[in-house]
Design a protein around this ligand. Structure first.
Ligand SMILES: C[S@@+](CC[C@H](N)C(=O)[O-])C[C@H]1O[C@@H](n2cnc3c(N)ncnc32)[C@H](O)[C@@H]1O
Length: 312
C-alpha cells in the first residue's frame, strides 16, 4: 500500500507568500502578463476546472465562468486565505494534498491550470503523470514553467557571472527546491507523460526593474502579450506557458455539467481507489482501504487521514 510520497515538497505552510511576493513587491507586471497568457490559452468557460498549486487563489477570478472550481494546494494556510475570499461561492472546492499523490479522480477535469509550481518540483515526470491522469481526452491544461535559457541567464553566463550553462538540458536548482528548466527537456518530459503540446507562449519578457519602474504594469503586459507568440518560437523569456492536452486519455468520466458530488471527485492517496462514501457533511472514506479524510472548515484535507488505511 502506498504511503506518503518520498519526493521532497516545498512547504509554504504559514508563509506570507501573498504579502511578501505579490503585494507591494512591484510584481503587478508579472501578474498582468500571466493573466493575459492564461486568458489566451484557457477556455473562458466550462464544466470543471482545477488549479494545482493554487496558493491563496491569486488567479481564481479567471475561473468565474466555470461550474465547479477546485483549488488544490499543499499549504493549508494559503488555501485558508483563498477560503477567506472565495468561501462564500459554492462553486469552489478547496483541497489540501500533495500533487505527487494527487487526490483527484481520473479523467474528471475539463480544464487544469498550474502556474509557478513546476518551479518547485523535484520530480517533474511524477507530477506530470498525475496531471495527465486527471484530464480526459478533450480537456485543456495550461501549465507554466520557469525557462533556464532566458536572456538574463544567457548574458550572465557569457559574462562569467553564472556557473551553470543556460544551454545544458538538465534542470538547474539555483536555490534549494527552486528549479529552472530547459524548454527541450521539459517538452521531452511532457511527451513521455502522454501530454501533447498544443500551443506555447513566452511570457514576461520585460522582467527588468528599470522598465517596470517607468512603464505602467498593464501597458507593459500588453506589449509583452504581442511577443507571446513570436517569442515562443525560441523562448528567451523567463516564463513559458503551454497549452496541453491528453489525446490518448479516456473520455470524461463525469457529467459534463453541474457540480459533481464531492465523494466522486476524490482518489485515495494511499491505495489509489476512486470510490468513497460520504458520512455527513465533513467526512469521506475510501471504500477499499478505509482511510478517512475530513473537511476542516471548507478545506478537504488529504494531507492527513483522520482514520489511517487498513493494512492488507
Ligand atoms: C510559488 S507558489 C504559486 C501559487 C499560485 N500558483 C500563484 O501563481 O499565485 C507555489 C505553490 O505550489 C504549491 N506546491 C508546491 N509543491 C506542491 C505539491 N507537491 N503539491 C501541492 N502543491 C504544491 C505551494 O504550496 C505553493 O502554494
Amino acid at each position: 500500500m502506498q504511503q506518503a510520497s518520498p519526493i521532497p515538497v516545498i512547504d509554504y505552510e504559514g508563509s506570507q507568500y501573498r504579502a511578501d511576493f505579490w503585494m507591494g513587491s512591484g510584481r503587478q507586471y508579472e501578474d498582468a502578463a500571466e493573466r493575459l497568457a492564461l486568458q489566451r490559452l484557457l477556455p473562458s468557460h466550462g464544466g470543471r476546472i482545477a488549479e494545482i498549486g493554487a496558493g491563496f487563489g491569486r488567479l481564481a477570478d479567471l475561473y468565474r465562468n466555470y461550474e465547479q472550481v477546485i483549488l488544490f494546494d499543499y499549504s493549508r494556510s494559503l488555501l485558508q486565505e483563498a477560503v477567506d475570499e472565495l468561501g462564500g461561492d459554492e462553486r469552489f472546492v478547496f483541497v489540501a494534498g500533495n500533487l505527487y499523490t494527487l487526490p483527484l479522480a481520473s479523467n474528471i477535469l475539463d480544464s487544469l491550470v498550474m502556474v509557478r509550481v513546476m518551479h518547485h518540483l523535484a520530480d517533474v515526470s511524477a507530477a506530470l503523470e498525475q496531471l495527465r491522469r486527471a484530464l480526459h481526452r478533450h480537456s485543456v491544461g495550461v501549465i507554466e514553467y520557469a525557462n533556464k535559457r532566458n536572456l538574463k541567464a544567457i548574458l550572465r553566463w557569457v559574462m562569467r557571472r553564472q556557473r551553470w550553462s543556460p544551454w545544458a538540458p538538465e534542470p538547474v536548482e539555483f536555490v534549494e527546491m527552486n528549479f529552472n528548466f530547459h524548454p527541450r527537456w521539459m517538452e521531452e518530459r511532457l511527451q513521455a507523460a502522454g501530454l501533447r503540446i498544443e500551443e506555447r507562449l513566452a511570457v514576461s519578457h520585460f522582467r527588468l526593474g528599470a522598465l517596470k519602474a517607468r512603464i505602467d504594469a498593464h501597458a507593459l503586459a500588453r506589449i509583452d502579450s504581442r511577443l507571446f507568440k513570436v517569442g515562443a518560437m525560441f523562448p528567451l523569456a523567463p516564463s513559458v506557458f503551454l497549452k496541453i492536452g491528453a489525446p490518448d486519455n479516456p473520455l470524461r468520466s463525469a457529467p459534463a455539467s453541474g457540480a459533481m458530488a464531492i465523494e466522486r471527485l476524490f482518489r485515495c492517496p494511499f491505495c489509489q481507489a476512486e470510490t468513497f462514501t460520504r458520512s455527513g457533511e465533513q467526512r469521506v472514506q475510501c471504500t477499499v482501504c478505509h482511510a478517512a479524510f475530513e473537511r476542516r472548515g471548507l478545506v478537504w484535507d488529504f494531507k492527513e487521514a483522520v482514520q489511517p488505511p487498513k493494512r492488507s
